[in-house]
Design a protein around this ligand. Structure first.
Ligand SMILES: Nc1nc2c(ncn2[C@@H]2O[C@H](COP(=O)(O)OP(=O)(O)O)[C@@H](O)[C@H]2O)c(=O)[nH]1
Ligand SMILES: [Mg+2]
Length: 301
């Protein structure tokens, strides 16, 4: 599993072949993203959720797009899952992704990784990403459902919300609710979310597990609701389309690089520089050449 995922993560041809083979076995299990500012307790919450889902007999896979996450399986399984008395290791899978916290360029491959986990028989996938402004929105190209985790610490949380988290959550969690300011934060969030259909604010204490069972139930219920209403299908169509576009762009980019390295183009550009040509005009000619070559290549199979 780990090796298969590495191939898919890197986007290489072994991974592609694997994805083609498993395509028909992908069932469409829930892919749930957790975002929020660093230190909000996402990793702790994910560990608790894993234990919760396992206690319900579900197989859970976790992808952490956060190199600082203490998710190696060891820490989480050792300390937290054992507490609950559930220790069947083939029921759970953890993996950290080699990104610096931002999904960005790897979003496409992460979505593909979720298909591998789906076909392998997991029942739910959790993806932890660190909240860093713009990149948060990227979670929507990967997850079916987005859980935004904040803390009662007003400043941090409002910053996070301003950075765009208010638009993307299906569920909002005020973690660290052992802090008495949690109620105020919940009320503030609720008032900011008025008008956002279905957006709910829950309180948890990931450190003790309080509220986690309700959160897990709510996550699955929201997923069911998305599925029932047709919204899930719409979201997945958007994700799929994005995957196609990204794949097309990266293939074109690779072809363009190749073309620009070719001797004839280098020579041609050299003479155009001397003639004082405008780069944007040359770009159009480059595109024409690129598309002609690409068309010939695609025809050849
Ligand atoms: N007091 C309190 N601390 C918590 C809670 N949940 C997590 N923490 C602590 O907050 C710190 C950051 O947690 P972590 O899960 O790594 O946050 P992440 O950066 O969002 O993944 C750790 O020291 C946790 O032990 C909670 O509910 N209450
Ligand atoms: Mg973390």
């Amino acid at each position: 599993m780990a090796r298969a995922l590495s191939h898919v993560e890197s986007g290489d041809s072994v991974g592609l072949e694997l994805l083609r083979r498993i395509g028909p076995s992908v069932r469409g299990i829930p892919v749930i993203g957790l975002v929020g500012p660093p230190g909000a307790g996402k990793s702790t919450l994910v560990a608790r959720l894993v234990a919760e889902f396992m206690s319900r007999g579900k197989r859970v896979a976790v992808l952490a797009v956060d190199p600082s996450s203490p998710i190696t399986g060891g820490a989480v399984l050792g300390d937290r899952v054992r507490l609950t008395g559930v220790v069947s290791h083939d029921q759970v899978f953890f993996r950290s992704l080699a990104s610096r916290g931002a999904l960005g360029a790897i979003a496409r491959n992460v979505r593909a990784m979720t298909r591998v986990l789906d076909a392998a028989g997991f029942d739910v996938i959790l993806i932890e990403t660190v909240g860093a402004g713009q990149s948060d929105v990227e979670i929507m190209s990967v997850a079916d459902l987005v859980v935004v985790v904040v803390t009662p610490d007003f400043g941090d949380s409002i910053q996070a919300v301003k950075a765009g988290l208010l638009e993307i959550g299906d569920l909002y969690v005020v973690n660290k609710s052992d802090n008495p300011a949690a109620n105020a934060m919940k009320i503030t969030l609720e008032s900011m979310l008025t008008g956002r259909k279905g957006a709910v604010v829950l309180k948890t204490v990931a450190a003790t597990g309080a509220g986690v069972s309700e959160l897990a139930t709510r996550m699955l219920a929201q997923f069911e609701e998305l599925s029932r209403s047709g919204e899930l299908e719409r979201r997945r169509a958007r994700i799929f389309e994005k995957e196609v576009v990204e794949a097309a762009l990266s293939e074109l980019q690779e072809s363009l690089r190749e073309l620009m390295r070719s001797e004839s183009v280098t020579e041609w550009l050299g003479s155009e520089i001397k003639a004082g040509a405008e780069p944007r005009d040359l770009a159009r000619r480059v595109i024409r050449t690129l598309l002609e070559r690409k068309t010939a290549e695609l025809r050849a199979g």
